[in-house]
Design a protein around this ligand. Sequence first.
Ligand code: FAD
Length: 456
Amino acid sequence: MAAQTIEALRSEVAGPAILPGDTDYEDARKVYNFMIDRRPAAVVRCMTDADVAAVVRHAAEAGLELAVRGGGHSVPGFGTADGALVADLSGLSTLTVDPAGRTARAGGGMTWGAFNDGAGAHGLATTGGIISTTGVGGLTLGGGIGYLARGYGLSCDNLLSAQVVTADGHLVTASADEHPDLFWALRGGGGNFGVVTEFTFQLHPVADIYGGPMFFELSDGEAVLSYFNDFIKTAPREYGGFPAFQIAPPLPFVPEDRVGEPFVALISCWSGSPSDGEKLLQGFRDVANPVAEHVGSMPYPALNSAFDALVPRGLQHYWKAEFVDDLSKEAIQAHMEHGPRVPVVNSTVHLYPINGACHDVAADASAFGHRDATYAVVIAGMWPDPADNDANTRWVKGYDAAIAPLSQGGGYVNFASGDDQAKVAVNYGANYDRLREVKRRYDPDNLFHLNQNIEP
Ligand SMILES: Cc1cc2nc3c(=O)[nH]c(=O)nc-3n(C[C@H](O)[C@H](O)[C@H](O)COP(=O)(O)OP(=O)(O)OC[C@H]3O[C@@H](n4cnc5c(N)ncnc54)[C@H](O)[C@@H]3O)c2cc1C
């Protein structure tokens, strides 16, 4: 059955279908997280909307699993599966910017690096992820957290419309006016509702930003986190940074004898004037002397690729996530117990603030279910050697067990792992029941189930 389907599909699509035995199959079957070791029946590099529709139709008709791959960054490896048809969207990566209208149309398989460079050429940007290789697709559909979120909302809040191939193989437009229920669900409901072949985003004028990392001694960690918690409640929306636990990499601004040590870091992005940014960060320097820092003016896309080298494709990944209202004293103590034990330079813990403009959107206006959270915390375990899998996953789980009781009881779906399906209702939060209704309408047979799955 699979062989017949693939033969028929091959003759229909413009892009190549890569099969077991083909020279590029070994690479094509893999995703960003190399802990995922799966062998799909075929990886179809979709070049057009019609290619996507063909893959969707053939998978449904043949009863084959369908994996949809945007940037391929999903930690659970949703972009590949044993015996599946993979709709690889990397060929759909055209960006069309309308500088006058301040909008951009982005192909469903585009990465944030290409998006930021294209929009940045016009002095424009929208909220995207902090690593340039992450896909626009998966990130936006799950919500989308990044440096500009406090200023301009989540990535999904900037979505104006989407071209979607639905489970029946039809291409529809989802926007406030067309298929508004689908449009609602796409903004936070993940890849559950169809394949987005093109996203249209609102852009904003973003000139050079002022920011970069500061590293503080662990002994100052409690004071820095506590200061951040007070600061972020009223910080101007131009501020979009976050505290982190991070081992210092071997970079020129880090004293040689401190490389390899864990620190409490502050990664800042200030989109106002550099002098105002400087004043704002002085508040942190007054709390504690940074051991190392690399803060200055740079193009926004530069900050969005500054940490790419720490997370190359091919690491092992295991992550946990929690939405948090407040960094209480108890929460800070839990972080100070587990954060400094970060095992390897690639791993990190980020406490992303999602107040400011993210809170302007009503809780039921989009599917993103944790509008009232102040932070989205991620414990991102990433390490090179599979021999270290046990030690690293143990660190992530132990850390999460300590902070989960202090959270809202759910975490950001885009930071969740493959073993988080049991938490899916609390992770989608307040809008879960309505998401299920929309799922029943658009994908009653759950064709799109390789995701943090909303069962119809
Ligand atoms: C190194 C790294 C850094 C990250 N940084 C951030 C960050 O700063 N902010 C943040 O919010 N998240 C971040 N994330 C998490 C990220 O949002 C998720 O991993 C997200 O799923 C990635 O999307 P993708 O398209 O690259 O992944 P994929 O694995 O391709 O897809 C993820 C899910 O989305 C679906 N999907 C992807 N594209 C489409 C599409 N066009 N139409 C329909 N469904 C689609 C897939 O089927 C799958 O279920 C990061 C992840 C990594 C690994």
